[in-house]
Design a protein around this ligand. Structure first.
Ligand SMILES: Nc1nc2c(c(=O)[nH]1)N=C([C@H](O)[C@@H](O)CO)CN2
Length: 118
């Protein structure tokens, strides 16, 4: 199926399991692939039938920054659930990268696939 792509959505938030991480904001980069049938939006050229990538990005950022989170796994899972339940997407791939989390590594993170991808 068609997909809506959101690449490197940058979110500065409180994330981490260590005590010092609970005192500062760190940067997450989210890559999202969202299943969405584009045909109606394209045929009608009507925004109402499109999955708005701006609205999705805003909702994800608001949800992630609403409260401190410890694990990047939690960020990924909550993001997938939000997109599927609130926007009605049948499936989503979410990659969460945490920058500068450990020395000598550019980023660390997780990737999940949820919903119907066959
Ligand atoms: N699988 C994970 N491993 C670790 C996480 C995480 O969120 N998922 N987090 C940390 C710390 O917060 C790290 O960023 C700093 O040591 C460690 N491992």
């Amino acid at each position: 199926m068609d997909r809506v792509i959101i690449e490197s959505l940058r979110i500065d938030t409180i994330i981490g399991v260590l005590e010092w991480e609970k005192e500062i904001k760190q940067t997450l980069l989210l890559d999202l692939e969202i299943l969405w049938d584009q045909r109606k939006a394209a045929a009608t050229d009507d925004y109402q039938h499109a999955l708005c990538y701006a609205s999705v990005s805003k909702a994800v950022e608001a949800m992630i920054t609403a409260q401190p989170i410890e694990l990047v796994e939690t960020v990924a899972e909550r993001t997938a659930a939000l997109i599927m339940t609130e926007f009605g997407a049948p499936g989503v791939k979410v990659q969460v990268r945490k920058l500068a989390a450990i020395t000598n590594v550019k980023s660390v993170g997780v990737a999940i696939t949820r919903g119907d991808w066959h």
